[in-house]
Design a binder for this molecule. Structure first.
Ligand code: PMP
Length: 391
């Protein structure tokens, strides 16, 4: 069939550049070690920060929900797909986040798109960090509001944007809490202070901070002691929480508005019972097993220190996300391949996900990696790094 030849030409160019990657199949459960192409390797690329993907309490909760309520919900939330468990989980989540209300979306991606695209109009401005996640960017593409992009975590540039947009009805300042490719934490306290000075609304995307930062993993707002001062907290249930979904935590009014206007919420089917039940169990785990978060941070410190000692450029990450920055895309892929040979799965990431010349192998340690796993991974990094000429 003719008509899509231009796609083939582009893919060919990616192959030449060395950045074409087939999808990697995981043949086991998602854990500290996984089976890929029949080989057991140490997993350093998942967002499974606390190892909850396989937590027994969550698996049991999911199985029980399937037995009682079935496999699916058969409708969007606004028609016939709101089960009691959806509402109870949102109440529990709001209590956990210390907000009036919370609303769950199908994913973190659709939560960001749904909020940004729905709450602003032509008379508003959205002001966004240049390194914000793709889902924030797509939400901005869909809003009728004007847009301003400020330099990454640059408070002077943010203040300039706030000064220049004072005639707008509403200014929405949006930032990732933890930036997903570099692992740095947004200067949220200073951002909130600026927004209070200029009367702007603050939204933080805590995808990589939920379950990681703050007491019991409550996120960046808790980490910086900013409860009651951030209007909109978005987070994901797909990373540290270990399941699937996104949420918005904020005021009751915000929740009501989103239920009526956020298009991904309105027009896409609700989460299956197993998903909601497992997410609910995950909150219990966060509250009752805080040692998981302690272990995550201990492992993070050990692994970062090891990579630094070996001479890798690991950027300025302050979180379990540790980039190993190598430069060109092809080199990142070569390091990733060499690591696989050495028994470690750590995916290479290149342009357009990160800027040209900043390609990297991004690593994320988890609470369930043992010291032995991490030492073995560091030894593999040493051998692979030398082989491809990175160290
Ligand atoms: N925001 C950020 C910062 C993310 O890293 C991600 C996941 N890549 C998302 C949102 C989307 O979350 P989800 O995977 O739940 O759609």
């Amino acid at each position: 069939m003719q008509g899509l030849e231009h796609l083939e030409r582009e893919i060919e160019a990616w192959r030449k550049e060395g950045v074409f990657r087939p999808l990697t199949e995981i043949e086991s459960e998602q854990g500290a070690r996984v089976v890929i192409r029949g080989k057991e390797v140490i997993q350093l690329s998942s967002n499974n920060y606390l190892g909850l993907t396989t937590h027994p309490r969550m698996k049991e909760a999911a199985l029980e929900a399937v037995r009682t309520y079935g496999a699916g919900t058969g409708s969007v939330r606004t028609i016939a797909g709101t089960f009691s468990m959806h509402e109870r989980f949102e109440e529990k989540l709001a209590e956990f986040k210390h907000t009036e209300a919370a609303l769950v979306f199908q994913s973190g991606f659709t939560a960001n798109v749904g909020v940004i695209a729905s709450i602003l109009g032509e008379e508003d401005v959205v002001i966004s960090d240049e390194l914000n996640h793709a889902s924030i960017i797509d939400g901005i593409r869909l809003t009728k509001a004007s847009r301003r992009i400020y330099r990454h975590a640059d408070l002077d540039d943010l203040e300039k944007a706030l000064k220049e947009t004072q005639s707008a009805r509403t200014r929405l300042v949006v930032t990732d809490g933890v930036f997903s490719m570099d692992g740095d934490i947004a200067p949220l306290k200073e951002i909130v202070e600026l927004c209070e000075k200029y009367g702007a609304v603050v939204m933080v995307d805590d995808a990589h901070a939920s379950g990681v930062l703050g007491k019991n993993g409550r996120g960046t707002v808790d980490h910086f002691g900013l409860h009651g001062r951030v209007h909109i907290q978005v987070g994901t249930l797909s990373k540290a929480i270990g399941v699937l979904g996104g949420y918005v935590a904020g005021s009751r009014i915000l929740r009501e508005y989103l239920i009526h206007r956020a298009r991904p919420f309105l027009f896409s089917t609700s989460h299956p019972p197993a998903v909601t039940a497992a997410c609910s169990a995950a909150l219990d785990v966060l509250l009752e097993e805080p040692e998981l978060i302690d272990r995550l941070w201990k492992n993070t410190r050990f692994f970062k220190e090891g990579l630094r000692k070996l001479g890798f450029d690991i950027g300025d990450s302050q979180t379990p996300i540790t980039p190993v920055i190598v430069g060109e895309g092809a080199k990142a892929m070569a390091l990733s391949d060499a690591l696989f040979e050495e028994g470690v799965y750590a995916q290479g990431i290149a342009y357009p996900t990160v800027p040209k010349g900043k390609a990297r192998v991004r690593t994320i340690v988890t609470a369930i990696h043992t010291r032995e796993d991490l030492q073995q991974a560091l030894d593999a990094f040493e051998r692979a790094g030398k082989k491809v000429g990175v160290i």
